[in-house]
Write a protein that binds this ligand. Structure first.
Ligand SMILES: [Zn+2]
Length: 123
């Protein structure tokens, strides 16, 4: 087993990226979702008056429980954060497009949607 992660550990990692990009993503709610089985992480947002409104980050229990090595978990956290940052900067849902991948490069996140370990998906 590897290190298990608390919400505060995740927030600390996000603060580093906030500092790189001058954002406040680490202030969003971070939830551990025990029912999340098909993906390892998720950035949730809603659209109000055609504007993107950040909601929260969610990570599966599997992601934080020590099943994955530290670098993999950091990759998952950064990937989700990059979704937040790309949408926030471009005021649009960027998905996994070129703009998203540029943010990934800035924060050192993997830009791919799928991280292979038993086919588990980072969203
Ligand atoms: Zn993704």
């Amino acid at each position: 087993m590897y290190k298990s992660w608390s919400v505060e550990d995740i927030r600390k990692e996000m603060k580093k990226m906030d500092r790189i990009l001058g954002k406040k993503g680490s202030e969003l709610p971070i939830k551990i979702n025990t029912r999340m089985t098909r993906s390892l992480g998720m950035y949730k947002f809603k659209i109000e008056d055609k504007k993107i409104v950040p909601v929260c980050f969610e990570f599966s229990t599997k992601t934080v429980s020590g099943e994955y090595d530290e670098n993999t978990v950091i990759g998952i956290i950064r990937h989700e954060y990059a979704h937040y940052a790309a949408n926030d900067i471009h005021k649009e849902a960027c998905g996994h497009d070129r703009r998203f991948k540029n943010i990934c490069e800035l924060v050192g996140a993997p830009g791919k949607a799928v991280m292979r370990k038993n086919g588990d998906k980072v969203c």
